[in-house]
Design a protein around this ligand. Structure first.
Ligand code: PLP
Length: 399
């Protein structure tokens, strides 16, 4: 019989031998949200999803402190027992109004939102139609649902329509897609997708983890980005749309929400297992998020700053030998291709005090290993310049 203590040690050794064992690093954020202390040395981070620099915002820190003193630090139970509070209720109302949908439900994490929502909406006998580059938690939610899964080529509307035709016999169809794809920073064509869903009587669920706070008027996210000119008001969005966004990225705090028409959200309260079998997020987190929403809306200069940094970075990257497709988000990929080369460039940046993650297959397609640069309104121009200088040095063949 194998020694039980060796079972996982052997599995870990195998990861090590394939060069895919990951290591966490205990890093401390400094006051400005993009400078970190890692193992005693300082790094400028282009790795975080704190796109607006809110994780260190004084108004959010004050809101957290005030709420902790007034409300304590724990929710004490799941939301259907006694873990739902006036703070959660107010946050949900404000989130729904913010994105222009009738009602919202707040989850303690984006992962939990997707893994709980998808199986609540579809089951065996239904069909899920999923973009090939969707985030892992949409895929996990799809697997848990037991609905038939069809994957269509990334952003390929003809392939999406074929999948809708092929699943005609299903009881209910749900199309799921990232609104902003997390490794490329490109957008899903929501108006065309919605039109296809209307034509084929399917539901559309979008994950706006990387668009909320960044895109659209006042940072209202991808719906505003695509539909603002077409009357984005409460009640004006189609009933078949289910909007999800996370609040640990541009909003700078934690958690996520799903917004849709009233009966869909009430159904999630009844049936999303990750919602009611988990302790609610602390009310102080909900209060901190309410402060974040006010800052997202009122400090438009943060999005302007992000756009200026994106222009500066994009112009500099154009002079390098790598493919760096321009985006309108805070995510900028630099496709290096070869895995080892991407790792070497990441290591070279690290020795220069710059923290940019390299992303390899299977997270991205084979042969497209890349740097995933994320910008934050908290970056200074000189941070971007330092990154461009370092990339210039590392791109030369002698390196
Ligand atoms: C980060 C992310 C999630 C998960 O959200 P968490 O709040 O971090 O659990 C879900 N979907 C996408 C597209 C993401 O990028």
């Amino acid at each position: 019989m194998p020694d039980p203590s060796q079972v996982f040690a052997a599995a870990l050794a195998e990861l090590e031998s394939r060069g895919i064992r990951r290591r966490r690093r205990a890093s401390t954020q400094q006051r400005d949200a993009v400078r970190y202390a890692v193992d005693g040395s300082r790094r400028i981070s282009f790795a975080s999803n704190d796109y607006l620099g809110l994780a260190q915002h004084p108004a959010l820190i004050d809101a957290a402190r005030e709420a902790a003193q007034r409300l304590g630090v724990g929710a004490t139970a799941s939301p259907l027992i006694c873990g739902h509070s006036p703070s959660h209720a107010a946050l949900e109302d404000e989130l729904a109004r913010f994105v222009g949908l009738p009602r919202a439900i707040y989850f303690y994490a984006g992962y939990a939102a997707n893994v709980g929502t998808i199986p609540a909406l579809v089951e065996r006998g239904d069909a899920l139609i999923s973009d090939a580059l969707n985030h892992a938690c949409l895929i996990d939610g799809a697997r848990l649902s037991r609905a038939e899964l069809k994957v269509y080529a990334h952003n390929d509307l003809a392939a999406l329509e074929r999948a809708l035709v092929e699943t005609r016999g299903a009881r209910r169809r749900l199309v799921i897609a990232d609104a902003v794809f997390s490794m490329d920073g490109d957008l899903a064509p929501l108006p065309e997708m919605l039109a296809l869903c209307e034509r084929h009587d399917a539901w559309l669920m979008i994950d706006d983890a990387h668009g909320f706070g960044v895109l659209g008027e006042g940072g209202r996210g991808s719906l505003s980005h695509w539909f603002a000119g077409r009357g984005l008001r409460e009640g004006a969005m189609p009933d078949r749309l289910i909007y999800m966004a996370t609040l640990g990225k541009a909003a700078g705090v934690a958690g996520a929400f799903v917004a849709a028409v009233e009966p869909v959200i009430e159904w999630l309260v009844q049936r999303a297992r990750t919602y009611f079998f988990a302790t609610g997020a602390p009310p102080m987190v909900a209060e901190t998020l309410r402060a974040a929403l006010r800052v997202i809306e009122s400090e438009g200069w943060r999005r302007e700053r992000l756009a200026a940094l994106r222009e500066r970075l994009g112009a500099g990257l154009a002079a390098l030998p790598w493919d760096a497709p321009r985006t309108c988000t805070a995510i900028q990929p630099v496709v290096i291709g070869d895995n080892a080369r991407a790792m070497a460039v990441m290591a070279g940046l690290e020795t220069r005090g710059l923290w940019v993650p390299a992303i390899r297959p299977p997270t991205v397609p084979e042969g497209t290993a890349r740097l995933r640069i994320t910008l934050s309104a908290a970056h200074a121009d000189r941070d971007v310049d330092a990154l461009l200088t370092a990339l210039g040095e590392l791109s030369r063949p002698a390196q």
